[in-house]
Design a protein around this ligand. Structure first.
Ligand code: HAS
Ligand code: CU1
Length: 558
């Protein structure tokens, strides 16, 4: 643990950069969350009760689909990415005790991302890019949407560049030391993401952007989807790994214990580096034009990428057990009540873990080819990703903000009890909401449909009670979100007490010294990752390039 005097906090300049990222992230969370409320309540038919339908009654939102685009882009792309870039920047400089190699480059990265975000938002808000966050062609958006999202991605590459330069500077001064675990995790996360993002970058630059500018007469939807999912699966681990970083390197200390195994944590992250990318075709099991053999191979790799999460399950629960026992817990399960359930930082994150176990099981269902055919494009998948990105990631980030905002502002958190209530409300609301969506998916309810109002989709009677539960869960999450923002704002505006927060760095039972040197090298793992990508994506991409057909004209059904 590092204790620093509040009079002159270290890395003041880097903190400012982190704060800038967090501000954008939180605004995105607020606006994106509001769209979620609209969706959940119209699904449940509450709009007819209260005589207010956001899509008909609000002048600035034209349709369910525009709302859903705002929801997806702001939450899944902006809230996550901006939070992660800000959080990891701080983590890197703190644990390496090394200033950012180039602060200016750090701000350039932020500037590119923010500029890209503004460009993408303009057509979204003007209802000129109502193509959802997946922007599947032949749906065709205004070019600014594609250009903006491309810049957002390019900005994250610059973030990696600043990380690598910072790490190199540290390495020169510490040639034989093991990279501190949290810094290692930050680097793996950004490296994996950068390789992964090459798919979406290629899709943008060589297919949809020229097509939207009128340079190509048509587009090849299959190739576009394949390149999209090359990035679209690993992006979920780009969101997850920073949460894991907190579960491994911070929560054990915050809970009063130690990390169980540092080397095992590194193995888990290296497995993510290897296996996150060559699995994207599990989103395309239902697509024609991809060979069954490749679907099988990527399906098998998908079961492979399950393992680093199983290692995490074991390691993180063992660490929590160490904490509970250090606090006097006895017996098989007696350690659980001894965890600091009165601390919102820990409670929010443990609750996130618990729901993630169910999200992970749902992931296995999705990954199984024959069952996927039952749940694909149904609300089952929506239930799955609200447990993962909506809870494992989002509730963890909220828990992190409960120490990070005091840490950055120097003001103690106000309303700890309210913060606890907020975490539980999210947990219970999301549990009901996701349960209902999983169930509705099994009852055949499609995802991405204006349930309740779509003329082509009559409501099935057996959906009705579950739809009410979706609405109730959505309202609970909205209340939780309101509480969350109120607590943060009051902390910033009203808190009179100085914060007593040190940067959390958990010690480990089996520490970095037990880590074999091979786990701290980069080249072998990067080469292996590249080989796996070529094996998994070489054949389908080669076939799709060979049969490239830029023939689909654009569609604007909205
Ligand atoms: Fe997924 C679709 C498969 C994980 C997000 N996923 C999606 C979509 C999103 C998403 C957004 O194979 C929809 C995309 C779209 O718009 O179409 N997913 C998986 C698999 C995993 C998985 C195998 N997904 C995630 C994560 C996400 C995420 C993480 C976001 C962050 N997913 C799929 C598939 C589809 C899919 C198919 C396509 C479906 C279709 O047809 O469209 C695995 O990585 C999951 C592994 C997780 C675990 C859980 C480990 C538990 C831990 C916590 C332990 C601690 C506890 C605390 C319990 C094995 C580490 C104990 C505490 C005490 C106090 C005792
Ligand atoms: Cu996936």
């Amino acid at each position: 643990m590092t204790t620093e005097s509040l009079a002159s906090p270290p890395f003041l300049a880097e903190r400012r950069l982190t704060i800038a990222y967090l501000v954008v992230a939180l605004v995105a969370l607020a606006v994106g969350g509001l769209m979620g409320l609209f969706q959940a309540t119209t699904y449940a038919g509450f709009d007819r009760w209260i005589g207010f339908n956001p899509y008909l009654d609000l002048p600035w939102i034209a349709s369910y689909y525009q709302g859903l685009t705002i929801h997806g882009v702001l939450l899944i792309l902006v809230w996550t990415t901006f939070f992660i870039c800000g959080f990891l920047t701080l983590v890197l400089v703190q644990v390496l005790r090394q200033p950012l190699a180039s602060l200016r480059l750090g701000w350039v990265a932020f500037g590119i991302m923010l500029f890209g975000l503004v460009l993408a938002l303009l057509p979204i808000l003007a209802n000129d890019a109502t193509v959802l966050f997946t922007f599947y062609p032949p749906l065709k958006a205004n070019s600014l949407y594609y250009l903006g999202l491309t810049l957002l991605v390019v900005g994250t590459w610059v973030v990696l560049l600043t990380f690598v330069r910072t790490y190199r500077a540290w390495r020169r001064e510490h040639p034989t030391e093991r990279t501190p675990l949290a810094a290692f995790m930050a680097l793996v996360t950004m490296t994996m993401w950068t390789i992964a993002s090459l798919g979406i970058a290629a899709e943008m630059l060589f297919l949809v952007l020229p097509w939207s500018l009128g340079l190509f007469g048509g587009v090849d939807p299959l190739l576009a989807r394949t390149l999209f999912w090359f990035t679209g699966h690993p992006i979920v681990y780009f969101w997850l790994l920073p949460a894991y970083l907190s579960w491994y390197t911070m929560v054990p200390q915050q809970a009063g214990g130690r990390l169980f195994s540092d080397p095992m944590a590194r193995v888990s992250f290296l497995l993510f580096l290897l296996l996150s990318i060559p699995v994207g075709i599990h989103h395309q099991y239902a697509d024609p034009g991809i060979h069954q053999g490749m679907k099988l191979l990527q399906g098998i790799f998908t079961f492979g990428v399950f393992f680093p999460s199983l290692l995490t399950f074991f390691n993180v629960v063992a660490s929590l057990e160490l904490a509970g026992r250090a606090r006097g817990g006895r017996g098989w399960l007696g350690w659980i009540p001894r965890l600091p359930w009165n601390d919102p930082v820990v409670t929010a994150q443990v609750l996130a873990m618990i729901l993630f176990a169910f999200g992970g099981i749902g992931g296995l269902v999705n990954a199984s080819y024959n069952v996927n055919l039952v749940v694909h494009n149904t609300s089952f998948v929506v239930g799955h990703f609200h447990l993962t990105v909506g809870t494992a990631v989002t509730l963890t980030f909220m828990g992190i903000l409960y120490w990070l905002v005091p840490y950055l502002s120097g003001r103690a958190l106000v309303g700890r009890r309210w913060a606890l209530a907020q975490a539980w409300l999210w947990f219970i609301g999301m549990a009901l909401f996701s349960l209902a969506l999983h169930r509705l998916g099994l009852l055949g309810m499609p995802r991405r449909s204006n349930i309740g109002d779509a003329p082509y989709l009559p409501l099935q009677p057996e959906w009705q009670s579950w739809l009410s539960l979706v609405g109730i869960g959505g309202v609970m999450m909205t209340l939780s979100g309101l509480l969350f923002f109120a607590i943060l704002l009051l902390t910033l505006l009203r808190s009179r007490q100085p914060a007593q927060v040190a940067f959390p760095e958990a010690a480990a039972l089996s520490g970095p010294a037990d880590t074999p040197a091979l786990l701290d090298r980069w080249r072998p793992w990067l080469v292996l990752a590249a080989v796996l990508i070529v094996v998994a994506y070489g054949p389908p991409l080669a076939t799709q390039f060979a049969t490239l057909a830029l023939t689909s004209p654009g569609l604007r059904p909205w």
